[in-house]
Design a protein around this ligand. Structure first.
Ligand SMILES: Nc1nc2c(ncn2[C@@H]2O[C@H](COP(=O)(O)OP(=O)(O)OP(=O)(O)O)[C@@H](O)[C@H]2O)c(=O)[nH]1
Ligand SMILES: [Mg+2]
Ligand SMILES: [Zn+2]
Length: 380
């Protein structure tokens, strides 16, 4: 399935400049990206967004419509870190040769990135999605709701720099959602929890409004929770294949097999992902980057081992009381610390050091995003 709505000009000429701007903006283009792109524009490269990837072949979309693209030999040669290769959601600088081959010269800085530890024995960072505004963590209300797993998903979503929102799906199958919602809110670390049903339509308009024109949202969660069904409902047509879950244990069948960004009629963008059982956070370095404001504040607490609870003269609690720090950020920080401690026991030190360098580059752009969101003094 491909993205619709952006067509190349019929006669092959360049579309008018306003039309180009509007198209890029509807794909999530921002002034900050335009700044970062200036050096590439000077080289005659055009911006495009990666909407799908297939073993090194990228599907990109930009003012020239949709194209297949691959990275230049030079890019491949100079990039040793898999996390620096283009990922779905990335903005890239492309060039099309007279023969019609499109190549990617550079990846523009990411303002957010959903990163997980890739499956397999080696500890490798995998960018699930880049430049996301919202990460919808989807869990089904029909029985198989695992709070610990959900908690980890939410922690990784917080870490991405995007806004995490929990979607409890298949509400039409649940009688009394009250107790479950309370449990989920307990592990949501301040993320909003919404109840949806793609069958009776409950919550669908809220989700649509949250995504909004020019914004990008990802659906993540276990197989079979209804991510693709919700995408189809939002799109008003069948964009992605959907399959029955297994009767015996309510598990999904891993129907969606690759990540792909779809465009909604209203102009929002949805990244549908294959079901992932685990979304593991692999390193604590990101914590310092994303929660640097709390670290700094904590230095001002009376006790060096302050847990920022009921201790006297706690600078973190003071900041929450005067409104400089939202209370949910403290909750999110705690959850992430817990998750990281758990995880650090599992990864070998060598791999962690390697990841640390990778993570720095990525989280730098996340930090910039946070600065824009929460103010530069606490994030720079
Ligand atoms: N009752 C009910 N069933 C739903 C709802 N949404 C999805 N389903 C069903 O759940 C099953 C799995 O849906 P999918 O959309 O394929 O799930 P997915 O999360 O995309 O799964 P993967 O692609 O494997 O990760 C299908 O049989 C859907 O019809 C809902 O709101 N209510
Ligand atoms: Mg699916
Ligand atoms: Zn404190």
């Amino acid at each position: 399935m491909t993205i619709e709505g952006v067509q190349p000009p019929i006669d092959g000429t360049q579309p008018e400049i306003e039309v180009v701007q509007q198209t890029l903006e509807s794909l999530g283009w921002t002034a900050a990206l335009a700044d970062a792109n200036a050096v590439h524009a000077a080289n005659g490269h055009r911006p495009a967004r990666v909407v799908a990837e297939d073993r090194g072949s990228y599907q990109v979309i930009g003012q020239a419509g949709e194209q297949r693209a691959s990275v230049t030999g030079r890019f491949r040669h100079e990039t040793s870190d898999p996390a620096e290769f283009p990922a779905v959601g990335d903005w890239v600088a492309v060039e099309t040769s007279p023969a019609g081959d499109t190549t990617i010269h550079a990846v523009l800085p990411r303002r957010s990135a959903l990163i997980r530890q890739a499956a397999g024995r080696r500890t490798v960072a995998q960018v699930v999605g880049a430049n996301l505004d919202i990460v919808f963590v989807v869990a089904s209300l029909n029985g198989d709701l695992n709070l610990r797993r959900l908690e980890r998903y939410i922690a990784v979503a917080w870490e991405s720099g995007a806004q995490p929102i929990v979607l409890l799906s298949k509400a039409d199958l649940a009688d009394d959602t009250g107790p479950i919602v309370a449990d989920v809110e307990g592990v949501a670390a301040g993320a909003t929890v919404l109840i949806v049903s793609s069958f009776d339509g409950r919550g669908v308009d809220e989700v649509r409004a949250l995504i909004g024109p020019g914004r990008t949202a990802a659906f993540v969660g276990s197989s079979g929770v209804g991510k693709s069904t919700l995408l189809n409902r939002l799109a008003g047509e069948e964009r992605a294949t959907v399959n029955e879950i297994r009767e015996a244990d309510a598990r999904g069948r891993h129907t969606t097999t690759r990540r792909q960004i779809h465009r909604l009629p209203e102009g929002g963008l949805v990244l549908d992902t294959p079901g992932m059982r685990e979304l593991a956070l692999w390193d604590g370095q990101g914590l310092e980057q994303s929660f640097g404001d709390l670290d700094e504040l904590a230095a001002g607490c009376r006790f060096s081992d302050c847990a920022h609870g009921a201790e006297p003269d706690c600078a973190v609690q003071a900041a929450i009381a005067d409104g400089t720090v939202p209370a949910d950020r403290l909750a999110a920080w705690r959850k992430l610390q817990k998750e990281t401690r758990h995880h650090e026991r599992q990864v070998d030190v060598l791999a962690r050091n390697e990841e640390r360098r990778r993570w720095k580059a990525i989280s730098k752009s996340v930090g910039k995003h946070m600065a824009a969101k929460y103010g530069p003094d606490r994030w720079s």
